[in-house]
Design a protein around this ligand. Structure first.
Ligand SMILES: [Ca+2]
Length: 188
């Protein structure tokens, strides 16, 4: 019986190794395709839950201030709070407002303002008051502002929360990582 040609044996081994490598690569790609979106969604869920607690705290703080002063605290421009006004402008936040320092001094209704976890650079939540009510707003996972409270918020319209909720400007968790829209809380 003729022995195996060492060259063709070498070739056979090489092609088996190549096939093994391709199979491993395909497995890695498949695993990444499953793991990466799950990881991104988990990140968004974590950031979103980070919104709830500070927004709840701020709601309580606003009502405490109202009880003491008979008015909600004044606003200040979000632009005053950032060294990146160009990026704020690009994100659609140039005309938005946030909390004024009257909430920290002279009476400390709150020690410090939590930053919006969806802002790529440190910036507090948006705050808007029309005098009778208020809205607190986070950019949401897309990192820009889709809601301008000064344009849509009206505390005397009790149905507005439903119309805002139904609009694409509100973050929809069922859309996961691709969801546009903002996360907000209004005076109940
Ligand atoms: Ca948004």
């Amino acid at each position: 019986m003729e022995g195996l040609n060492p060259l063709s044996e070498e070739k056979r081994k090489k092609s088996i190794r190549t096939i093994e490598l391709i199979v491993i690569l395909i497995l890695i790609i498949l695993l990444a395709a499953i793991a990466v979106p799950n990881f991104l969604e988990a990140q968004i869920r974590a950031k979103k839950s980070k919104n709830y607690s500070p927004m709840r705290t701020l709601a309580t703080v606003l009502e405490s201030y109202y009880n003491d002063h008979g008015a909600y605290p004044p606003m200040r421009s979000l632009k005053d709070m950032t060294e990146k006004p160009d990026e704020l402008e690009k994100a659609g936040g140039a005309s938005l407002q946030t909390f004024s320092p009257v909430l920290t001094t002279p009476t400390a209704y709150i020690q410090r303002f939590e930053n919006d976890p969806f802002s790529p650079y440190p910036l507090p939540f948006v705050y808007y008051t029309d005098g009778e009510g208020w809205m607190i707003l986070s950019r949401g996972p897309d990192g820009d502002y889709d809601i301008n409270p000064a344009k849509i918020y009206n505390s005397s319209d009790s149905y507005q929360s439903f119309s805002v909720l139904a609009s694409p400007a509100t973050y929809d968790p069922s859309n996961g990582t691709t969801s546009n829209g903002d996360i907000w809380r209004i005076k109940q």
